[in-house]
Design a binder for this molecule. Structure first.
Ligand code: 5GP
Ligand code: MG
Length: 482
């Protein structure tokens, strides 16, 4: 996952970047970083931990400049090592460059190999450095970021929303399928590009619009401009952003996430035959879904669990044992609400099944008579290669189990997931415009031996002339013309 932001603002950017990253903290809690440019020098600070732990006032004051980029990291590719903390920055032909990336490339290994054959070295194990190299590779030839981004869109495979600072200009682009979100806003004295609209809100800005799939945005002191670099016949927006990842108060690709979740909850309550006393969310991720369920079913909404707000997400614990213990500290059942009651418990998703199993156990210990688990996503059947942290089929409880087997395994009285059709209708987009790889095992681009429903992508921008399709040929052709 990860959250990214770029800001140009005449009044200075470091405190604004900090606020924006704070608003995007849910997209990554492992590390945070900011890079700014003051007209002559690139300033940066990065560290492991939450945004509030990594920065303080004097540090922020030292990050001078009227342009900058920031990043919160949730590791999908690359280990947890300090070198991997973004922004990834370097100097190239006298220019200062800082790159931030949200997404996951599927051809990193091939690209690295090609670069390494040319003698290039890599300092990190991230996709971001590969993107940085690709940009530098094209800047070397044409000198322009439009061409560099066109080059990226020809060669990169996978998902990538990217924000780059190139001296005093912010460039941002979204992969042609628009898999991960990216949007732009107007600030009182400048502009912002960021993963989610909540970061625009945090700065009292005005949301302009989502960056279109395949579009390049340029922001500097003079304003904002857009340029379409590539067009796909269909985008492939990630459904999991709506189910779980994005903040409920964000508007992603024109949909308020909260409402999508509420509609999912409403759909979940259709055709129910159970008789329940209350609907409780698994906080916080199941709240909007549970409210929708309660609205449509008329079963009262009552919290059966209270969350300790001062604890991180259980998912980021390193081992299964640590994850299991963490749930108990994080959530406490409200005995007075659930004793002898039939409870509908609503969560956004079941991944490994750890959370559901634990929580159902807690509810039963607290005296619940029945615990009916309702899930705001269809069963997760296949891994995500495009940026969500659910790596292998083996770890996904539903990948090889029937609904009844999962129900037994988590100890629920009954278990239902929302259907793919109802999910798509709650999002309100054409089913061909969404990535549902984790639900169906069919991905919007070719990934190894997995099935795919490939999109057709046409490159339209830039002045790039070569028709060579393969990176290796491209680099050879270029070397020979240099
Ligand atoms: P499980 O315990 O089944 O492995 O995970 C399910 C819980 O994890 C749900 O409550 C859901 O909100 C949360 N979850 C689902 N996907 C992710 C993710 O990518 N990252 C984090 N941190 N939590 C997730
Ligand atoms: Mg959750």
């Amino acid at each position: 996952m990860c959250g990214i932001v770029g800001i140009a603002d005449a009044g200075g950017v470091s405190f604004s970047l900090y606020s924006a990253l704070y608003a995007l903290q849910h997209r990554g809690q492992e590390s945070a970083g900011i890079a700014t440019f003051d007209g002559a020098v690139l300033h940066k600070h990065k560290g492991q931990g939450l945004v509030s732990e990594v920065f303080d006032e004097s540090l922020l004051a030292s990050l001078e400049g009227s342009v900058g980029v920031g990043h919160v990291r949730y590791p999908t590719t690359g280990e947890k090592i300090p070198e991997n903390i973004q922004p990834f920055n370097f100097r190239f032909r006298g220019k200062n460059i800082a790159v931030t990336h949200n997404g996951n490339l599927t051809n990193t290994a091939d690209l690295k190999e090609t670069f390494e054959k040319r003698g290039q070295i890599f300092c990190t194990t991230t996709d971001t450095e590969v993107i940085g190299n690709l940009i530098a590779d094209e800047l070397r030839i044409s000198g322009g970021m439009e061409d560099a981004v066109l080059h990226c869109m020809r060669i990169l495979k996978g998902s990538y929303s990217v924000v780059v600072m190139l001296d005093d200009v912010i460039w941002a682009f979204r992969d042609p399928l628009g898999i991960r979100p990216l949007c732009v806003g107007k600030l009182p004295n400048g502009h912002i590009v960021c993963s989610e609209s909540v970061a625009v809100d945090a700065l009292n800005g005005t949301f302009i619009r989502d960056v279109r799939p395949g579009e390049l945005v340029r922001i500097d002191a003079t304003g904002i401009t857009f340029r379409q670099i590539a067009v796909a016949d269909h985008p492939a927006h990630c459904v999991f952003e709506y189910i779980y990842f994005a903040r409920a108060d964000s508007v992603v690709d024109g949909r308020l996430v909260y409402d999508v979740r509420r509609h999912i909850g409403q759909a979940l309550s259709e055709n129910e035959t159970i008789c329940a006393d209350l609907v409780s969310p698994v906080p916080d991720s199941g709240i909007a879904h549970a409210i929708g369920y309660s609205e449509a079913s008329k079963i009262p909404y009552r919290e059966g669990l209270i969350k300790n707000r001062y604890m991180g997400r259980t998912f980021i614990m390193p081992t299964q044992e640590a994850r299991e213990n963490a749930v108990r500290i994080k959530l406490n059942p409200v005995k007075g609400h659930v004793l002898d009651k039939s409870v509908v418990l609503v969560d956004d998703s079941i991944v490994r099944g750890t959370t559901s199993r634990r929580i159902i156990g807690l509810m039963r210990e607290a005296g619940a008579a029945e615990v009916h688990m309702r899930i705001g996503s269809p069963a997760l059947k296949a891994p995500c290669y495009l940026g969500v942290d659910m790596p292998t089929r083996k770890e996904l409880i539903a990948s090889d189990k029937s609904n009844e087997e999962v129900r037994k395994s988590i100890g629920a009285s009954s278990l239902r997931h929302v259907s793919i059709e109802a999910l798509i209708s709650a999002i309100g987009m054409d089913k061909n415009d969404l990535c549902v790889g984790c639900l169906t095992g069919v991905y919007p681009l070719a990934i190894g031996c997995e099935q795919c429903s490939r999109r057709r992508v046409e490159l339209i921008g830039g002045t790039y002339q070569s028709n060579l399709g393969v990176f290796k040929e491209v680099s050879e052709a270029r070397t020979s013309t240099k």
